[in-house]
Design a protein around this ligand. Structure first.
Ligand code: TXA
Ligand code: MG
Length: 324
């Protein structure tokens, strides 16, 4: 079983152990502000292979390289002026930029799945301290079995990958709870490859530009992680429910009761106060809890589509998509 170190009580030991395990070429589960990541040395092909193995992830799916500062980022990618502005405004934070990889970059082609671009992000939270000490970028997808719900706590990681992992750093619940927003700049235009923890409106407000959305969810393999069926709980998912059928688990928003909810197996409210930020932080944990209730179906009440609601609904549509 994985060793678990609490970063709030033993920060120094957590960093030292993490760097030692990473140096052996083994993945470590690290807390970022978005979700827990399964991190490995992005310059070491064996270490990256272990990530793919542990997750059972298709190899064509590129990973995000996580850096601790701009100097580390500049060593691996080139910034156009617009991307630089975004990095300066939103890093460290829940934003991933797709940028041309430098020919001198030591990030291994296995991490970028052979593309000539790199997904790069400076995370906030404890993970950044680990990267700074390690001194090299860490490739890190979410620390869950491929296709399953992303982990927002060390307990989530342990329940899923615990037996296969050496080390989990526990920093408590992830503050944001949704993966990063992925943006690609092309010819001075901003393209959204994945909605996430940074509200797209913030990007539009900063730049004065409109961010273009993908044609339809899952239609593009441009961010190849964007497979239609993803974030799947064990139970079936029914969206925008107008009522609750007997035995269903209900996840609702904003204290909005639904007819029939007295017959639900469990009722969870993502944010009784109606905060999308709070709802994002609770989403994956509540999906896991609803799943654990044993209901065959999780019904979701209506959730607003503006702001972070866009990313929340994106994840729910993937959770509800037909599975193969
Ligand atoms: O918040 C997050 O982004 C979390 C934490 C751990 O940082 N990481 C995460 O990684 O969500 P992952 O591997 O689950 O998702 C990475 C996404 C995938 O959809 C992948 O296709 C896309 O980033 N991606 C990575 N590199 C890319 C590239 N060069 N071009 C296009 N998409 C890329
Ligand atoms: Mg993931």
């Amino acid at each position: 079983m994985a060793e678990i170190i609490d970063t709030r009580t033993e920060p120094e030991r957590a960093i030292e152990r993490a760097c030692a395990v990473l140096a052996e070429g083994e993945p470590v589960a690290i807390p970022t502000e978005t979700v827990y990541g399964l991190a490995a040395d992005a310059t070491n092909p064996d270490a990256i292979s272990r990530i793919y193995e542990m997750k059972g992830r298709p190899r064509f799916n590129p990973l995000i390289s996580h850096v601790s500062d701009m100097a580390m980022a500049e060593a691996h990618v080139t910034f156009d002026s617009l991307s630089r502005r975004l990095a300066e405004a939103f890093w460290p934070g829940p934003l991933t930029l797709i940028l041309p990889q430098r020919t001198t970059s030591t990030v291994h082609a296995l991490a970028s799945a052979g593309l000539d671009t790199l997904g790069i992000r400076m995370p906030d939270g404890f993970s950044r301290r680990v990267i700074a000490r390690f001194g090299r970028p860490l490739a890190a997808p979410s620390a869950n079995t491929s296709g399953k719900i992303s982990p927002t706590s060390a307990a989530h990681v342990e329940a899923d990958l615990g037996p296969r992992l050496k080390l989990i750093l526990d920093a408590g619940s992830a503050e944001i709870g949704l993966e990063s927003t992925i943006i690609k700049v092309e010819d001075g235009a901003l393209r959204l490859l994945r909605p996430g923890g940074l509200d797209v409106f913030e990007i539009e407000r900063l730049t004065g530009l409109t961010v273009s959305r993908p044609q339809s969810a899952g239609a593009t393999i441009e961010a190849p992680g964007m497979l239609a069926s993803h974030y799947a709980p064990g139970a079936a998912v029914r969206l925008d429910a107008a009522d609750v059928r007997p035995g269903e688990a209900l996840i609702r928003f904003g204290n909005a009761s639904l007819p029939g909810e007295e017959h639900a197996a469990i009722v969870l409210d993502l944010s009784p106060a109606g905060s999308l930020r709070e709802a994002a932080a609770n989403l994956f944990d509540y999906m896991k809890r609803a799943d654990a209730s044993g209901s065959a179906t999780i019904a979701f009440g209506p959730i607003p589509s503006e702001g972070l609601g866009e990313a929340i609904l994106d994840r729910l549509q993937r959770a509800a998509a037909p599975r193969d």
